[in-house]
Structure formats: structure tokens, C-alpha cells
Design a protein around this ligand. Structure first.
Ligand SMILES: Nc1nc2c(c(=O)[nH]1)N[C@H]1C(S)=C(S)[C@@H](COP(=O)(O)O)O[C@H]1N2
Ligand SMILES: [Mo]
Length: 246
């Protein structure tokens, strides 16, 4: 990894992000009419680049519960856990000029963002946690997302009910300042139940968008060929809305 390029990217990321946001077609035929209504109403009523509320330390939940996969046993995950994730890699690939393969140490050495936010699960619970990690925009800028890219896909190590968990967002959420690749929860390495060693935090969307056990970030032009084509595990499986803005 070229550290200098990364650090220079830190400053440029936000400006470049804005240009990409302006170019992006966040909708597309993937969205249902109701979802389109929700997304455009959301656009009119709220600024999608606005920050989600952040909380004081005193508000942090004593235990941030785990949900969905909480202890992956498939594939290489158990071995990585045993190795303390020393050989874990995060790939940045797809429609990018320079694909990246990053170690946890690479990620820890980048500029970090820490945020105390509320996680809302559609199953009816919420929890407040303090998350730390580099902004996704920094990684995307370093890899050089190509103009054809319209979505960012998150690949996960866990297999839940026979399907690999995955998620995706448009470029507005990908470049949002609170969209981070988190490696710390409340100042400590992520517990396994919360997605060790890496998970997404996408603070303007509901819980199922926050991919845990993150192995790869892929820039794509369309979600058609990805998973079941609906943009995420729960979207494919149970018809959850792809755009889950809050
Ligand atoms: N890889 C992966 N990511 C996932 C899930 C999962 O099962 N696997 N569950 C999702 C759901 S529905 C929620 S509410 C949150 C739960 O995060 P937590 O386990 O840290 O509470 O993770 C989301 N991300
Ligand atoms: Mo959830």
C-alpha cells in the first residue's frame, strides 16, 4: 500500500466524493415505487449528506447486542479468529483504478473517525455504541473509483442460512462522512458478535445495511449480477427495502 497516496487522499476525498455524488444515479430500476417515494421524500425533507445524531459517552449501551450472525463457523473465519486476524485482508476491488488489499494494521494507520451513534434494527431494538475506523471515502479515493461505478458492495465472511451475507449502498452513502470501516467498538477491537475484525457503519441507514465480518468492498455499475440482484442479503431473502434511510 502507498501510504503517501492514502494521506493525500484524506483531504481530497470529500471534494471528489461530492463530484461523484452529483454524477450518481442513486435510483435505478432496482427500487420499488414505494421505496422511490421514500427516497425522494427523504431527499426533499432531509439532506442525505447531513450527519446522523451523535451521542455523549454516557449514552453508550453497556452491552451492544449481537444480531444475525454472531459467531461464524464457515470457511476460513474460525482460522482467522484463532490467528487474531493477523492474516485478515480487506480487498477494495471492482471498478477501481488500483485495487487494494489491506491488513488491519494498514487500516489502523489511516486517519480515524470516532463516532457515538444509535443503531436501529428493524426487529425493534436499538443500541448506542462508539465506533472507530477510517472513512470509506478514504479507501475509495485511494483505489480510484471509476466513473462507471454507481454502487458499492460489501462482502462478508459469514454464511447465514446457506447464503453469503452482503450489502450495498449508492455513492451518496458510500461517501458520507459517517460511513466508516470500523475496527473498534467502545475503544476495543470488535467483539466477534459485532463483526470482528471489521464492519461497516452506515449511520444514515437501518441496521441490516451495516455489513459485519467485512472482507471486500466492490465498486459496481449495477447490482443485477450481485447475489440475488436486490442489493443485499435481507433484500434478496425477505424483500427488505434496499434503501433503508433513517
Ligand atoms: N455479515 C453480517 N452483517 C450483518 C448481519 C449479519 O447477520 N451478517 N446482520 C445485520 C443486522 S440485521 C443488524 S441489526 C446488525 C447487527 O449488528 P450487531 O450484531 O453488532 O448488533 O448487523 C447487520 N449486519
Ligand atoms: Mo437488524
Amino acid at each position: 500500500m502507498k501510504r503517501r497516496g492514502f494521506l493525500a487522499a484524506a483531504g481530497a476525498a470529500f471534494v471528489a466524493g461530492c463530484n461523484k455524488i452529483a454524477d450518481s444515479d442513486a435510483g435505478g430500476r432496482l427500487l420499488s415505487a414505494a421505496e422511490k417515494w421514500h427516497m425522494s421524500a427523504h431527499r426533499l425533507l432531509t439532506d442525505r449528506t447531513a450527519l446522523a445524531p451523535e451521542y455523549p459517552r454516557s449514552a453508550v449501551s453497556p452491552d451492544f447486542r449481537g444480531n444475525g450472525s454472531v459467531d461464524p463457523t464457515n470457511g476460513d473465519y474460525p482460522r482467522h479468529l484463532e490467528e487474531g486476524f493477523a492474516n485478515w485482508r480487506l480487498e477494495v476491488r471492482g471498478l477501481v483504478a488500483s485495487p487494494l488489499s489491506l491488513t488491519l494494521d494498514n487500516l489502523r494507520k489511516l486517519p480515524q473517525r470516532t463516532q457515538i451513534t444509535r443503531h436501529d434494527c428493524v426487529e425493534g431494538w436499538s443500541a448506542i455504541g462508539e465506533w472507530t475506523g477510517p472513512q470509506l471515502s478514504l479507501l475509495l479515493e485511494a483505489a480510484g473509483v471509476l466513473p462507471e461505478a454507481k454502487f458499492i458492495v460489501f462482502r462478508c465472511a459469514d454464511n447465514l442460512n446457506g447464503q453469503d451475507y452482503y450489502e450495498s449502498v449508492d455513492l451518496v452513502d458510500a461517501y458520507h462522512p459517517q460511513t466508516i470501516v470500523a475496527h473498534l467498538l467502545n475503544g476495543k477491537p470488535l467483539p466477534v458478535k459485532n463483526g470482528a475484525p471489521l464492519r461497516m457503519r452506515i449511520e444514515r441507514q437501518l441496521g441490516y445495511k451495516h455489513a459485519k465480518y467485512l472482507t471486500a468492498i466492490e465498486a459496481v455499475a449495477s447490482l443485477d449480477g450481485v447475489g440475488g440482484g436486490q442489493g443485499g442479503y435481507w433484500e434478496d431473502r425477505a424483500g427488505y427495502q434496499w434503501y433503508a434511510g433513517i
